[in-house]
Design a binder for this molecule. Structure first.
Ligand code: ADP
Ligand code: AMP
Length: 217
């Protein structure tokens, strides 16, 4: 299966991806995670992306498209799940072009919908493990011991772009550049709207119910 998870930053895409890829054996491809890895490794790509990420804007299409097409080429037969890509209509068009020669297509687009006020609280309360990437929330999805990752005992950190002033820019960027993708896909693909304001287990249950219909028999 090839799935795209759409939704504003902080809607819960990364949280839900973990469940879905484990169940279906898919490769999880988060453009944000890949960009953060490039920055941590000090690559040229990471340096180019830095200022855009820190201000809450989008990294230029040509950088992200090449990076994601390269990452997709490593997906297993079972497929992949895109999280945070595409984020502009141009990225979506280029994605379709990249899949076309091998006869591949996106099977389903899950659109996590959520109000800005809810999502802003999710981002400002988000904490992540710098070692394994596990994501928590200070109120909604707490680790067993406050401030410490359940998996490896490492101290959790707050992403610099989850500071309130950057969060406001990221939401503006989402509405201007990414939200139009929902209509783009609704005109030619299977788009399933998911109410992402429910708790994480309830959202997971709805997603799994929907995916059953698209899974291989
Ligand atoms: P995204 O990948 O879309 O940016 P995340 O999966 O990182 O979003 O989730 C953003 C924050 O909200 C995290 O702190 C996460 O623990 C929390 N979160 C995710 N899903 C839910 C949910 N359904 N209810 C409450 N909090 C959630
Ligand atoms: P995320 O982890 O998905 O919230 O992404 C963090 C940041 O990485 C975003 O605010 C953007 O600056 C950048 N980014 C991630 N994915 C993309 C993309 N598809 N296109 C452009 N910029 C992206």
């Amino acid at each position: 299966m090839r799935i795209i998870l759409l939704g504003s930053p902080g809607a819960g895409k990364g949280t839900q991806c973990k469940n879905i890829v484990a169940e279906y054996g898919l490769l999880h491809l988060s453009s944000g995670d890949i960009l953060r890895q490039q920055r941590a490794a000090g690559t040229e790509l990471g340096r180019k992306a830095q200022s855009y990420m820190d201000s809450g804007g989008l990294v230029p299409d040509e950088i992200v498209i090449e990076m994601m097409i390269e990452a997709m080429s490593k997906a297993p037969e079972a497929g992949f799940m895109l999280d945070g890509f595409p984020r502009t209509v141009n990225q979506a068009v280029e994605l379709d072009k990249a899949l076309a020669p091998s006869g591949q297509k996106i099977d389903v687009i899950l659109n996590l919908s959520i109000d800005d006020s809810v999502v802003a609280k999710r981002m400002t309360g988000r904490r992540s493990c710098p070692k394994c990437g596990a994501v928590y929330h200070i109120e909604n999805l707490k680790p067993r011991v406050e401030g410490v990752c359940d998996h490896d005992g490492v101290a959790l950190v707050r992403r610099p772009d989850d500071e309130p002033e950057v969060v406001a820019n990221r939401l503006e960027t989402y509405h201007e550049q990414t939200e139009p993708l929902v209509d783009y896909y609704k005109s030619n693909s299977n788009v399933v709207d998911i109410d992402a304001e429910k708790d994480a287990d309830a959202v997971k249950a709805v997603i799994f119910e929907q995916l059953e219909a698209f899974a291989e028999p």
